[in-house]
Design a protein around this ligand. Structure first.
Ligand code: B12
Ligand code: SF4
Length: 312
């Protein structure tokens, strides 16, 4: 029988920094999703409401599921936090998007882990890998797999690694030994709620995405609502503020993995430098980058707004 310990050891060997096992059961936190959608917090992310039924429980996606193997991968690098930057012409890009597209990098590592599991355990079993885009509530399983707790900023925080971690999972039919769930260590701290420039964190752990800079600059198509324009400042893609102020990220380790090191073009550029990029340069820079999610038109819109906020 494949043991949880051997899977975790293999996961580390493949480049994942942490790995935990959650049982595929009806965790109470999974129920918040439908209320979150009903409150309109998903905005125009129609793919979330469309798949709400499947997102309710991983067994909707894989009926034979008994366990969820959850991995965490540190993407932090040694660059300063955006809140430490006094230069108003600096463009801010979310830390997770500076290097290579994590979807591609982590999907191939998960495939290698699934391949190894089938070799180590020749009897038939089902195993489906997911990185971000699958209809599963990754943070809930991360918490139940002991990877980290869901913080007041709604991100999964690992006590040693902080929250600069990608999540990626394998939903599988094997009844693996589960980990102890992570416990909440936010305590009385509310720094993230206070620091959010758009008051998007409406209660501890509850994010109204329609107010979140990350949603507005990455997911939202069309014009950015006028009322939010100034608050976006020079954030051209995503936002890290509620994680930068988090005490658990003040001594977070950095990754040496070449995949997550900042590409020169996204490494602390000014809004002016981004505005001057030709279509060809932008196309090249977005190849194999998670920033392609915003589409060229979205990025151009964000850059234009940032230029106006920086100069206005
Ligand atoms: C949609 C989405 C977004 C949306 C909505 C974010 C959100 N908080 O839901 C937007 C575009 C805003 C976004 C932003 C970001 N995202 Co995102 N996103 C997702 C995605 C695809 C789905 C998340 C989801 O299901 N949201 C719906 C709500 C219900 O879920 P939730 O907030 O995660 O859930 C908990 C709380 O909201 C709470 N809750 C909800 N309602 C209520 C009500 C009450 C009363 C209570 C008490 C609690 C409560 O309970 C829920 C379950 O425990 C996941 C990948 C995945 N498949 O899971 C990545 C994911 C969550 N994102 C990720 C990242 C990195 C980011 C950003 C940091 C990117 C950036 N720098 O710009 C920001 C962080 C913003 C933030 N503070 O959350 C990572 C997070 C890694 C981590 N360590 O936690 C994920 C897991 C992707 C990945 N595979 O690594 N994201
Ligand atoms: S990512 Fe930025 S805008 Fe979104 S909740 Fe965090 S601090 Fe607020």
């Amino acid at each position: 029988m494949l043991s949880s310990e051997s899977i975790k050891a293999k996961a580390r060997e493949l480049g994942f920094d942490v790995c935990g096992i959650a049982p595929a059961t009806d965790h109470a936190e999974l129920n918040f999703f439908s209320e979150w959608i009903a409150r309109g917090y998903a905005g125009s992310m129609a793919y979330l409401s469309r798949s709400a039924e499947r997102r309710r429980d991983v067994r909707q996606v894989l009926p034979s599921a008994r366990s969820v193997i959850v991995t965490g991968t540190v993407y932090n690098t040694d660059r300063d936090y955006s809140i430490a930057c006094a230069d108003h012409s600096r463009a801010h890009i979310a830390r997770y998007a500076w290097g290579d597209d994590y979807h591609e990098v982590l999907a191939s590592r998960l495939d290698a882990l699934v391949g190894w599991m089938h070799e180590a355990h020749p009897e038939p079993f089902e195993a489906s890998p997911y990185v971000d885009t699958g209809p599963i509530q990754e943070r809930v399983y991360a918490q139940h797999g002991g990877v980290g707790w869901i913080g007041k900023n709604s991100c999964v925080i690992h006590p040693q690694l902080g929250s600069w971690i990608f999540l990626a999972e394998i939903v599988c039919s094997l009844p693996l030994d589960p980990d102890v769930p992570a416990f909440d260590q936010c305590g009385t701290c509310t720094l993230c709620l206070e620091a959010c420039p758009t008051q998007a964190l409406v209660a501890p752990g509850v994010l109204d995405a329609t107010r979140c800079i990350s949603y507005l600059t990455i997911e939202h198509r069309g014009a950015i609502p006028e009322a939010m324009g100034a608050e976006i400042g020079t954030h051209v893609f995503g936002c890290d503020i509620c994680q930068e102020v988090c005490p658990w990220n003040q001594t977070a380790p950095v990754s040496r993995d070449p995949h997550w090191q900042p590409r020169p073009v996204w490494d602390e550029p000014t809004v002016g430098e981004l505005a001057e990029m030709s279509e060809e340069e932008l196309g090249r820079a977005l190849k194999g980058s998670a920033m392609s999610r915003a589409k060229r038109a979205g990025l151009r819109r964000n850059i234009e707004l940032s230029v106006s906020n920086a100069t206005g």
